[in-house]
Design a protein around this ligand. Sequence first.
Ligand code: NDP
Length: 246
Amino acid sequence: MSDLEGRVAVVTGGSRGIGAAVVRRLAADGADVVLTYRDAADRATAVVDEVERLGRRGLAVQADVRDPAAVEAAMEAAAARFGCIDLLVNNAGVFPVATIEELTLEDYQEATEIHVRGVFAGVRAALVHMPDGGRIVTIGSSLAERVPDAGLSLYSLTKAALVGFTKGLARDLGPRGICATVVHPGSIDTEMNPADGPHADGERALTALGRYGRPDEIAAMVAHLCGPGGGYVTGVALTVDGGATA
Ligand code: NDP
């Protein structure tokens, strides 16, 4: 039997990049998977097709994480289709880069709505459907730990907030056997941060391994935390960054 056989997962922002890799990996490990997306309906449908080719059930739901009602409706749809939500992976995100002199309050509003309020709303809505023993894994960033360049204050602020939130979740949900963790990726080759992008050489140079990570390398950590190996891991952030923060 696969590690996640019979489990139901929801992955926000599962249409591409790290989220899509997490969807594929959780399905390969036996879970049925609901993914959300903002715009990319075709790509979301293609990822669901991959889930189904793995012999699992999949569902794509359009839900902008800036809209708490849409997030709640997505969790309702997941539970209505598959019965519950055992595993929640908060992954949807954007990468605003600007210095503090350039940033506006509107930028702040947008980034916190996506990375902070969106996660808060998703967790609240998913918990209604989460049985004891569930898992909540939130994708942070190594930039919450170390900020190696200018222009990252807003992004780092939002990702650092997730660590405090997750520690609180661990305390609130421990009595139900629900584990909450953060995974901090370093430089991962996606459309958000392509390994051949303008800043890629500088990012690569920061790593101990001298290379970008792949989305499936983040998915492997998420799958570990969602599986039997994650049963005593809660209230912590785990960094998967090729040694960039070493
Ligand atoms: P991508 O840009 O490749 O993918 C982003 C995903 O998030 C897409 O599925 C997108 O949906 C979805 N999304 C974006 N905004 C919203 C929204 N408002 N509502 C719902 N879904 C949304 O990014 P990555 O895969 O690289 O990043 C995934 C996560 O990993 C993010 O939280 C990011 O901050 C974090 N991260 C990434 C790193 C990297 O180097 N790549 C490093 C550290 C952290 P759609 O396709 O519909 O637009």
